[in-house]
Design a protein around this ligand. Structure first.
Ligand code: SF4
Ligand code: SF4
Length: 290
């Protein structure tokens, strides 16, 4: 993967303006406008898509000269179709005023003296790439006044999740790297609750940890979310409501539909005090040792 980190600092320190990103193996350049160019030295598809979008957010005009822009292609085509003139896909009409490799982008004097344009923070490298991609695209869409609805039919990497048979164990909530899942509780009595599992669709990055780790296989995936959803507000979508009751032995809450006064673990322990066999038909809760 080719990183654009140095280019980001350079862009931030300079006034916004056009710049060309030239992928490897391009045809002879045709003079149209003399602008600075960064020679990637690799195919465009080998550059992380969030870094390309971040470069746009930092003021670059990206001129794709050739080649497959990879997963970012459909997004870029839509931005271009929405009239963002800073983006030109497949254009070979540029003659570099100056050019530099992606690893030797010059330090800007303004940057050296700490005079970078402070209103444009550098991308937060501690975030997940998928989060950086969403933030960067959101920034471009907002800056250009594009209606996110133009992305209604463009699939993102997020997933449309559904659940059935959730036991409110919380494993998926703990496993989700973006806090896209939430369990909330409404007390309806001293030992009773209504628990709701909900998802923030715009935050899901499609890692499938929840799907893979759910001990009762409660999740199904109804397809990818659209980029319109990913760019939207963080509204909460309830997945399932589970009436629960407190286990009289260990005091954890378990689904009322399982019946009785003991949770599955305590029931199994009582039925099998030596812990050698799990009762048939009872889903194993997380942490069960047998
Ligand atoms: S891991 Fe499965 S059972 Fe546990 S809260 Fe999530 S969906 Fe429900
Ligand atoms: S797929 Fe990943 S990001 Fe999406 S809700 Fe599940 S754990 Fe969270």
């Amino acid at each position: 993967m080719t990183s654009l980190r140095l280019l980001h600092s350079w862009l931030r320190a300079n006034e916004p303006g056009p710049i060309a990103l030239i992928a490897a193996g391009e045809p002879e350049l045709v003079a149209e406008k003399k602008i600075p160019a960064v020679l990637l030295g690799t195919p465009l598809a080998d550059v992380p898509s969030h870094e390309l979008l971040e470069a746009l957010g930092l003021g670059a005009t990206i001129v794709y000269l050739h080649g497959d822009p990879g997963p970012l292609g459909s997004l870029m085509a839509i931005l271009e179709g929405a009239g963002i003139e800073r983006i030109r896909l497949g254009t070979a009409a540029v003659k570099p005023r100056e050019s530099f490799g992606v690893d030797d982008v010059p330090h800007s004097r303004r940057d050296l003296f700490g005079l970078g344009r402070s209103d444009l923070p550098l991308p937060d490298e501690s975030l997940l790439p998928e989060d950086r991609e969403r933030l960067a695209l959101r920034g471009v869409v907002d800056a250009e006044g594009v209606d996110p609805a133009v992305f209604a039919d463009v699939p993102s990497h997020g997933l449309i999740l559904r659940t059935s048979g959730c036991t409110a164990c919380g494993v998926c909530v703990k496993a989700c790297p973006t806090d896209a899942l939430e369990l909330s509780h409404l007390e309806t009595g001293p030992d009773r609750r209504i628990t709701t599992l909900a998802v923030y669709d715009s935050q899901c990055i499609g890692c499938r940890k929840c799907v893979d780790l759910c001990p009762v296989n409660a999740f199904t995936v109804a397809g990818p979310t659209s980029w319109e959803t990913r760019l939207g507000d963080s509204s909460r979508r309830p997945l399932e409501t589970i009436p629960t009751v407190k286990c009289e032995r260990c005091k954890t809450f378990f689904p009322m539909r399982e019946g009785g006064t003991l949770c599955a673990t305590c029931r199994a322990t009582r039925e099998n005090p030596f812990g050698i066999r799990w009762p048939e038909g009872v889903p194993k809760p997380p942490g069960a040792r047998f």
